[in-house]
Design a protein around this ligand. Structure first.
Ligand code: NAD
Length: 262
């Protein structure tokens, strides 16, 4: 049996599937990843500075560049692709234990996924680094249109930033705990479109192995977890995810064990 067929069989059998997605699931929607061949940082390593919290706080020029980049971000007009839609079908089938995304683009929700753990936050809201006030990002982008280049918090005058996790910022504890629980409970864990190089998110891929689950990596390029994965699929995500989910949906979910005595 080929690898796709084998993984489709595991997906058909599994009652609890957790999926971790990364930037690679959104490249087919026109949003570049960071580290792939056409990635933002592959093409311009200096762009990494915009994602460093210390540089962002210390240097107004970094903030201006970050706001310009957010203003022109392809996520504002991007549409979900077949990979995102396949995960909506998986959720509707009742097999999905958790959908954890490192992405900030909101495309899983736009596709129709109802329960998404955004481990690195969201581009769609801004947060004040001083008072924590949050607002929809489009409201701040309108201020850029009106001529501001480093908009400050309207409540306290503090530094505003999209509600995303930059390097040097801690993940929200409750969000990380939910992601870890979903990873631990997974009979099958799919790591999709992620280089598995950003921790602690990448470490989630190791959790199912410790609790007896299977790990499948779906990524065009090698990841550090390929050697321990039960299968590695290099096919384009927009083709392979619909194929896997389509196969799984032809079989009913395996009944889960009930409480003792039932
Ligand atoms: P990454 O850039 O490190 O890795 C993406 C991986 O996806 C690469 O290994 C690449 O080979 C693979 N890939 C790209 N397109 C693919 C396709 N169509 N089929 C199969 N594989 C494909 O991304 P990461 O691991 O998610 O880490 C980067 C960080 O950057 C994350 O924290 C994420 O929040 C952020 N980010 C998010 C977005 C977004 O929201 N869309 C975009 C860029 C970066």
């Amino acid at each position: 049996m080929d690898q796709v067929g084998q993984v489709a069989g595991w997906l058909a059998e599994a009652g609890a599937v957790t999926v971790l997605t990364g930037a690679g699931i959104s490249t087919e929607s026109g949003i570049p990843d960071f580290r792939g061949p056409q990635g933002l940082w592959t093409r311009d390593p200096a762009a990494q500075r915009m994602f460093d919290i210390d540089a962002y706080v210390a240097d107004p020029e970094v903030r201006r560049a970050a706001w310009r980049s957010r203003h022109g971000h392809p996520a504002w007009t991007a549409e979900p692709n077949a990979g995102h839609r396949a995960l909506v079908e998986l959720e509707r089938s009742g097999r999905l234990r958790g959908l954890v995304t490192q992405n900030i683009d909101g495309l899983h929700q736009k596709a129709g996924s109802r329960s998404v753990i955004e481990i690195h936050g969201t581009l769609h809201e801004v947060e004040c680094l001083s008072c924590g006030d949050r607002a929809p990002t489009p409201e701040v982008l309108r201020r850029l249109d009106e001529g501001e280049d480093d908009p400050a918090c309207l409540r306290c005058g503090g530094i505003l930033k999209t509600a995303t996790i930059s390097f040097g910022q801690a993940l929200r504890r409750d969000v990380l705990a939910a992601a870890e629980a979903a990873a631990r409970d997974a009979e099958l864990f799919l790591a999709v479109g992620t280089s598995l190089s950003v921790h602690p998110a990448a470490g989630l891929a190791g959790a199912p192995l410790e609790s007896g689950g299977r790990l499948v990596v779906v990524n065009a390029e090698p990841t550090p977890y390929d050697v321990v994965a039960d299968a590695v699929l290099r096919d384009p995500i927009g083709e392979v995810l619909p194929a896997l989910v389509g196969a799984a949906l032809t079989s009913p979910p395996r009944p889960r064990p009930g409480p003792a005595g039932c």
